[in-house]
Write a protein that binds this ligand. Structure first.
Ligand SMILES: Cc1cc2nc3c(=O)[nH]c(=O)nc-3n(C[C@H](O)[C@H](O)[C@H](O)COP(=O)(O)O)c2cc1C
Length: 182
């Protein structure tokens, strides 16, 4: 159903080999003072309604709501994907029904270091060398977020001979595709 709704998704899932190795994507957002902000995230998969998801610390600079774009470079396919849309960060207790399962999946797959960071000083705060490092939390902390990017456009660039670029645009509930000059 989702695949029929989002015609480019099969090509992307094929390019990332089914998310089995969890590709690294660059996530661009806009700060509150209208500056660009970009960082790497581990792309964990696609939800049943077509949102790309990752985990985050709710105390980071990622906005809880706003426009965002993911950029993926897949060297084995010589392909770049850019997926733009609306980003939402969801906290434990979110009303969205799939968030609890996504948070749990993210928490389960985190190593001790990543878990400790969620209860340590906030990302970007000045490091206090006197401060003891926190021990690994026993349960999922409130700071864990699931980031969901719901796509509105997708842009696939394949560096074949010749280069091929396809733009996919969502209008209402319908995706359209156009081949454009790279
Ligand atoms: C390979 C790699 C993977 C990363 N994965 C994530 C991730 O999945 N989620 C996340 O919030 N930060 C991840 N980070 C850290 C971010 O790139 C970034 O440094 C951090 O989220 C703070 O950035 P921000 O405050 O601008 O959001 C990753 C960094 C690297 C280098």
């Amino acid at each position: 159903m989702l695949r029929r709704m989002t015609p480019w998704l099969d090509a992307l899932v094929d390019d990332v080999a089914g998310f089995r190795k969890r590709p690294i994507a660059q996530l661009a957002t806009v700060t509150t003072d209208n500056r660009p902000a970009v960082r790497s995230v581990v792309l964990r998969g696609v939800t049943n309604d077509g949102a790309f998801w990752f985990s985050a610390d709710g105390r980071s600079r990622k906005p809880a709501l706003g426009p965002a774009e993911l950029c993926l470079w897949l060297p084995s396919r010589s392909t770049q994907w850019r997926i733009a849309g609306q980003l939402e960060l969801h906290a434990p207790g979110s009303e969205r029904s799939d968030v609890t399962a996504l948070l749990e999946a993210a928490w389960e797959s985190m190593d001790a270091e990543a878990r400790k960071q969620l209860v340590g000083p906030p990302p970007g705060s000045v490091r206090d060398t006197e401060r003891l490092t926190p021990s690994e939390p026993a349960a999922m902390p409130d700071s864990l977020r699931v980031g969901l990017l719901t796509p509105e456009t997708a842009d696939r660039l394949v560096l074949d001979r010749p280069h091929r670029r396809t733009l996919f645009t969502l209008t209402g509930a319908t995706w359209s595709a156009s081949e454009v000059h790279p």
